[in-house]
Design a protein around this ligand. Structure first.
Ligand code: PHE
Length: 344
């Protein structure tokens, strides 16, 4: 018995498994019911009580050593050596990658753009960094207008010349200066205001500006295009309402309301029990603003135009019944993944 145990101990100490074949041989000799151990235990049973006590634990030790060797090989070599891995099955379906999705604001912006494209508008993009001239002065804002206060505007330079645009109307001025009428453009983009972030206000949000300049453009055209838009976006039963308002760059000016679709105008928390929801501002472009248009000097009375500015967040909140503005910029995957169907 002593000799046999010594020989096995030496054999186990020198085990060196190199390949699957080696592993197979090792297992055949040391693991399971056909290994060297069952006959050894059978022999042990026949020995005297004292011999049993002496050799029994030694055989157990050898058995454990064999198990240990197998475990180590399984963990290290087997996982790294491609010869131990199962052959690749090329007919298996590929593992699916989770798909990203568009942000709900992008989805709604795209949808709004499509409606205006169908109505003859083209898209223009402007810069988020603007000058005082384009954001305020050229839009007929008086020098002491409260919007020029740094409590409302993020200024980028000490002289307050550079700022983050507070509305897409800043880009409207650039288009007026650059193109000769007639033209119809929409300007989608991000705007910034120095406001405390709450569920109803944010320091940045998105607008779609629209301008249409040409001969004989009237308030009726403005009303028509807004109604067409509202019905295309919210459904053919949607009504619009234009409330007199004031903007320095439009005259007359109006606030655009749409009938609340969530409560069918009965009054709910979204429409604050009024049956109407405000979605933007609009009006006929002020003559002082219009005077800057390309070629306007030739015949100042020839062209008129309208402009409107719609809030993309507001549209998105109505479309998906979202009550808190902050969720749009929280980057919460639980919210965003709800919109992750593929949209083109
Ligand atoms: N620029 C205005 C705003 O941000 C909206 C507007 C655009 C009003 C165009 C009239 C004409 O509130």
């Amino acid at each position: 018995m002593k000799e046999k145990i010594k020989a096995l101990k030496e054999e186990l100490n020198n085990v060196n498994i190199q390949d699957p074949e080696g592993l197979k041989n090792f297992c055949a000799r040391f693991i399971g019911s056909k290994s060297v151990f069952p006959p050894l235990f059978a022999e042990l049973v026949k020995l005297s009580q004292t011999d049993k006590k002496q050799w029994g634990p030694k055989i157990q030790e050898l058995k454990q050593q064999a198990q240990e060797i197998l475990k180590n090989y399984n963990e290290s070599l087997k996982n790294k050596d491609p010869r131990f891995l199962a052959p690749t099955d090329l007919s298996l379906p590929a593992s699916t990658q989770p798909l990203g999705g568009r942000h709900p604001l992008s989805l709604v912006q795209r949808e709004m753009e499509k409606i205006f494209l169908k109505n003859g508008f083209s898209i223009k993009n402007g810069s988020e960094i603007e000058t005082d001239e384009h954001n305020f002065t050229a839009l007929n804002f008086p020098t002491d207008h409260p919007a020029r206060d740094s409590q409302d505007t993020f200024f980028l330079s000490k002289d307050k010349n550079y700022l983050l645009r507070t509305h897409t109307s800043a880009t409207q001025v650039r288009l007026l200066k650059k193109y000769s009428p007639p033209f119809k453009y929409i300007i989608p983009g991000r705007v910034y205001r120095n406001e405390t972030v709450t569920s109803r206000a944010h320091c940045f949000f998105h607008q779609i500006e629209g301008i249409n300049i040409g001969e004989g453009i009237s308030f009726a055209h403005l009303k028509y295009v807004l109604l067409r838009f509202a019905q295309a976006f919210f459904g053919s039963k949607t009504k619009i309402r234009l409330r007199p308002s004031y903007f320095p760059f439009t005259e007359p000016s109006a606030e655009l309301d749409i009938s609340c679709l969530l409560c069918q105008e009965k009054g709910c928390s979204i429409c604050k029990k009024t049956g109407w929801v405000e979605v933007g501002g609009c009006g006929m472009i002020h003559p002082r603003v219009l005077a800057q248009v390309q070629n306007a000097s030739k015949d100042k009375t020839k062209y008129t135009g309208y402009a409107f500015g719609l809030g993309i967040e507001r549209m998105t909140m109505l479309r998906y019944q979202i009550h808190d503005l902050r969720i749009f910029s929280a980057n919460d995957i639980r919210f965003l993944s709800q919109f992750s169907t593929v949209h083109i």
